[in-house]
Ligand binder design. Structure first.
Ligand SMILES: Cc1cc2nc3c(=O)[nH]c(=O)nc-3n(C[C@H](O)[C@H](O)[C@H](O)COP(=O)(O)OP(=O)(O)OC[C@H]3O[C@@H](n4cnc5c(N)ncnc54)[C@H](O)[C@@H]3O)c2cc1C
Length: 384
């Protein structure tokens, strides 16, 4: 599938930023568990933070396809940076979905100008992978909302300028059952808990956030009463799934590339044979390539259908992140085997890839839940 010309130009712009600024510091991000400020700055300077902002507000007006293509380009070099950028884009898409004039001027224009980073704070320990049932509560005092609760795994935690926080109303207030609000980073009562020290995705600064009666102005409530389910399944889930599918596809492609280079370069002195001359290596490499290409085709088709609101988009969208998760874990694992001892060294590039890949199955919606939902949707059953 050929990409639209405008998206191709964004892809090339991203590739240039990745080569100059992001790739050279990818292993440092992993080893120091360092939030990739340099990546977000470079992406902002290249005008890419406004990927999901409507063109009328100075952004690029991209949808699911654009999100998957750009996160793939970043994920090839630095999956942590792709995750941070992807979560910023999902947060932006959630704000943009029903943005009021205030939200457009205050948040979306600043994002388009590269001056504002946002992110998604939905998950909680209490409901775990079931991110759509928050226990964080909001209370409407008449003057403002008060937000109380604890979020876990907030990517860009402590670094973003705002957080899209999900909550339930503490009473029958006008806020509805489930609401998303934009919480500014400098609000009083935001307490960051443990720093992120992950097995992989070590630069994403995914931290717990305790919100202690945080005051939020009424203008920061997203959407209208009663559209909570619409938000979760029409905006949060598709954009999140595409950002993650793109990130993991990029990572799988990188593992394939590194393996190809190694199979060509590694030569035995006793026989003069290189690894690529061995038949079983050729077969296994072809299987890795097939998995990556099949995943890319599914993601492209899912995003194409999602962007045109195709009536049968749902099982494609649900499946593509589950499939990307299966592919990236399989391909990085194969890369580790095919590249042998060189890959098994401490802090090797493939070692990092394998660790980063493992996040794919446990980030919500998890692979288990996505396969379940895809099956239910294909069989004509409600998702929940
Ligand atoms: C690197 C990273 C970044 C993250 N970034 C963000 C972020 O920016 N914002 C955010 O809101 N969250 C984020 N998360 C959180 C993530 O989306 C999940 O909410 C979190 O990982 C769930 O962890 P848990 O241990 O509570 O899962 P649990 O709920 O304990 O689940 C454990 C396992 O049980 C399985 N399981 C649970 N219920 C079922 C079921 N009914 N059927 C079948 N299997 C089931 C799950 O699939 C999972 O594999 C991030 C997580 C990670 C690892």
């Amino acid at each position: 599938m050929e990409l639209p010309a405008y998206l191709q130009s964004l892809q090339e712009r991203t590739a240039a930023v990745v080569e100059a600024e992001i790739a050279p510091r990818s292993s440092q991000v992993d080893q120091a568990a360092q939030w990739p400020a340099h990546s977000m700055k470079a992406l902002g300077e290249a005008g890419l933070l406004g990927l999901m902002v409507p063109a009328a507000l100075g952004g690029h007006g991209q949808g699911l396809l654009g999100l998957s293509v750009i996160t793939e380009a970043i994920g090839r070099a630095c999956p942590s940076s792709a995750l941070c950028f992807g979560m910023h884009c999902v947060g932006t898409a959630v704000i943009a979905a029903k943005a009021t004039e205030f939200q457009q001027e205050h948040y979306l224009r600043a994002i388009a100008e590269g001056r504002h980073i946002t992110t998604l704070a939905l998950s909680e320990h209490g409901s775990g992978a079931h991110f759509y049932v928050p226990q964080t509560r909001i209370e409407d005092t008449g003057q403002h909302f008060l937000v109380d609760g604890t979020k876990q795994f907030v990517t860009n935690g402590g670094h973003a300028d705002s957080y899209v926080v999900s909550s339930v109303a503490s009473s029958d207030s006008d806020a509805g059952d489930f609401s998303c609000l934009i919480v500014d980073s400098d609000s009083a009562g935001m307490n960051w808990l443990d720093p992120w020290l992950g097995f992989g995705m070590r630069g994403n600064s995914s931290r717990p956030l305790h919100l202690d009666r945080v005051q939020v102005r009424h203008e920061n409530l997203l959407g209208e009463e009663g559209d909570q389910v619409w938000y979760v399944f029409e905006v949060v889930a598709p954009f999140f799934l595409m950002a993650m599918a793109g990130t993991y596809l990029g990572l799988a492609q990188a593992a394939l590339d590194v393996t190809g280079e190694h199979l060509r370069a590694r030569r035995y002195t006793h026989s003069g044979e290189s690894l690529r001359d061995i038949e079983s290596m050729q077969t296994r490499y072809a299987e890795m390539w097939m998995a990556v290409e099949k995943t890319r085709a599914l993601i492209r088709e899912a995003s194409r259908r999602g962007d045109i609101n195709h009536p049968e988009a749902l099982p494609f969208i649900l499946s593509c992140k589950a499939d990307a998760g299966d592919t990236v874990v399989r391909v990085t694992n194969e890369a580790m085997t095919l590249c042998g001892g060189a890959a098994y060294r401490e802090n090797s590039r493939i070692g990092q890839m394998l660790r980063d890949a493992r996040a794919a199955h446990i980030m919500s919606p998890t692979t288990d839940l996505l396969k379940l939902w895809a099956g239910r949707s294909l069989l004509g059953l409600p998702l929940l």
